[in-house]
Write a protein that binds this ligand. Structure first.
Ligand code: ADP
Length: 490
């Protein structure tokens, strides 16, 4: 199949979260299966750094109709293999910035323009490069306008898209791209698209909603999240649109995989001692290194709980903070926390460091090396998310024999099986459902108790997690089936 994948970020070029990881791994896995995959994303010269040199211009003067006028962009190409190329849309006014979406937490005021431009430029680039895709795969609100373009008078009759079917993946429904309706003008679409079956949303425009309504298939990143977003509690007011899509059989939940070449304890270059399920001894040395790195007391038998996360409402870090304070006061448990985001949460955790020296180590900021060390050196890994479309960190931690403590939601529910001594062979973590500090604190206490007093059970859970197959191969198979089903229907 000829697949065009359109996104706003992809690792290693530009990354803010899980979307970038998926946009690196899934296209690569599909290309390995023999499909021709072309990925389109913006060219961010200030963020891409060294990678800029490996992406020379392959097409100059790409015409991008925008409002009344035409803008002129260029296309850069990084050819990864015969089957896989990354194409970067170069347009300085919108993408030559130090950050992807915001400036220290404040959204860029022209994000509607920026991603309308990206979507239109990607469609124009596919035509200019004569790609004729079987599948147009868009991701999140930033590129979901492409699904509308494909069905519109602008591209429906274009021979380049004669046999194209579209797939939209929702990585996080909390972000929808809602803007004043005046932004419709730049899209090149008329007012006939401003109605409840397409772009209109409470008298504004909603890019994600338009994508949901017009894509041939809508996927999200775990089966449980696909069920949850049909309900008001998780749907962020998209539940009605999604129920419609679900009723038509167009909604699927497909669990993400993880990049096992980057995240494997036997080959990880960022940790001081490699280990595997066959010989786990290196893990205790990683724990000692982590304790040293974060100024924790060097005590091998104290349970150490790690957390690597964006400090965002979604992640339940406010609840974690209350639980951690209780545990630091009353229990003999250590914590290693890495994260950045909401400044009040950064301040709370930094304060814990001052009040409880030796018991909690905190690093505020983004640090990939420390993320690996915490994943390897902790005994337990906390993820108390309010909602979690898929979540990668719990899968990483299981691969490293670090037992996750998670709230039962979305991808966490699909990947972590609660401790049950009667089905120990399946148990991989500790789960709770009610998002209260007390529930989380008690679940961590329960996990710490099993660690201290039932070490054989704990070790079995570690090994169960390390034996799970979270590779992209399986995920790519399911996407391939979905693409084929779509192509058969055309
Ligand atoms: P989300 O995409 O919602 O942030 P995921 O669990 O899907 O959550 O992916 C988070 C990714 O970002 C993981 O690879 C995690 O290790 C990484 N990460 C999050 N915060 C930090 C940080 N402060 N430093 C380094 N890596 C981080």
């Amino acid at each position: 199949m000829n697949i065009c994948w359109i996104c706003s970020e992809a690792a290693p070029y530009a990354k803010s979260g899980g979307l970038a990881d998926v946009s690196a791994a899934l296209p690569a896995a599909l290309a390995e299966k023999g499909h021709k995959v072309s990925v389109f994303l913006p060219y961010y010269p200030q963020i891409m750094g060294d990678f800029c040199a490996s992406a020379p211009v392959c097409f100059k003067l790409l015409e991008v109709p925008f409002g009344w006028i035409s803008e002129w962009a260029s296309i850069r190409r990084h050819r990864v293999s015969d089957n896989l190329s990354y194409y970067f849309i170069e347009f300085q006014r919108y993408f030559d910035r130090p950050f992807l979406y915001d400036y220290y937490g404040v959204e860029f005021g022209d994000n509607a323009e920026r991603f309308t431009f990206l979507s239109r430029a990607a469609m124009q680039a596919i035509v200019a490069l004569k790609l004729e895709p079987d599948i147009l795969h868009t991701n999140d609100w930033h590129t979901s306008l492409c699904n509308v373009y494909l069905k519109s008078h602008l591209y429906a009759k274009s021979p380049n898209f004669a046999g194209t079917r579209s797939v939209l993946t929702i990585h996080n429904i909390g972000y929808q791209g809602i803007f004043p309706k005046g932004n419709l003008f730049n899209t090149g679409l008329g007012w006939e698209f401003f109605n409840y079956t397409c772009l209109e949303y409470f008298d504004q425009i909603n890019f994600l909603k338009a994508g949901i309504m017009t894509a041939d298939s809508v996927t999200t990143v775990s089966p449980s999240y696909a069920r949850e977003i049909l309900t008001p509690g998780y749907g962020f007011s998209m539940e009605n649109a999604l129920q419609h899509v679900h009723f038509e059989g167009r909604l699927t939940g497909i669990l993400n995989g993880i990049c096992t070449s980057e995240w494997s304890p036997s080959t990880d270059k960022f940790i001081p001692h490699n280990y595997s399920a066959a010989d786990i001894s290196g893990k205790s040395m990683c724990k000692a290194a982590l304790q040293k790195e974060l100024g924790l007391s060097n005590k091998p038998r104290i349970p150490l709980v790690g957390c690597v996360s964006r400090f965002a409402y979604q992640k339940g870090i406010d609840v974690l903070a209350e639980a951690v304070e209780k545990l630091l006061i009353h229990d003999n448990i250590q914590f290693a926390v890495l994260g950045a985001g909401e400044s009040y949460l950064e301040a709370i955790f930094s304060d814990f460091c001052r009040r409880f020296p030796g018991k909690i180590g905190v690093f505020v900021g983004y640090n990939n090396l420390l993320a690996h060390l915490i994943t390897a050196g902790s005994d337990l890994f906390a993820m108390p998310s309010r909602y979690e479309p898929c979540g990668l960190s719990q899968m990483y931690s299981m691969q490293y024999g670090t037992v996750p403590v998670v709230r039962l939601t979305g991808g966490l529910e699909d990947t972590v099986f609660n401790y049950n001594p009667e089905i120990l062979g399946k148990s991989t973590g500790f789960t709770f459902r009610d998002l209260y500090p007390q529930s989380l604190a008690n679940t961590i206490r329960w996990a710490a108790g099993i660690y201290k007093f039932k070490p054989a059970h704990f070790k079995k859970m570690m090994l169960n997690g390390m034996g799970q197959d979270f590779s992209w191969r399986h995920t790519a198979d399911i996407y391939e089936q979905l693409y084929k089903k779509n192509i058969e229907r055309r």
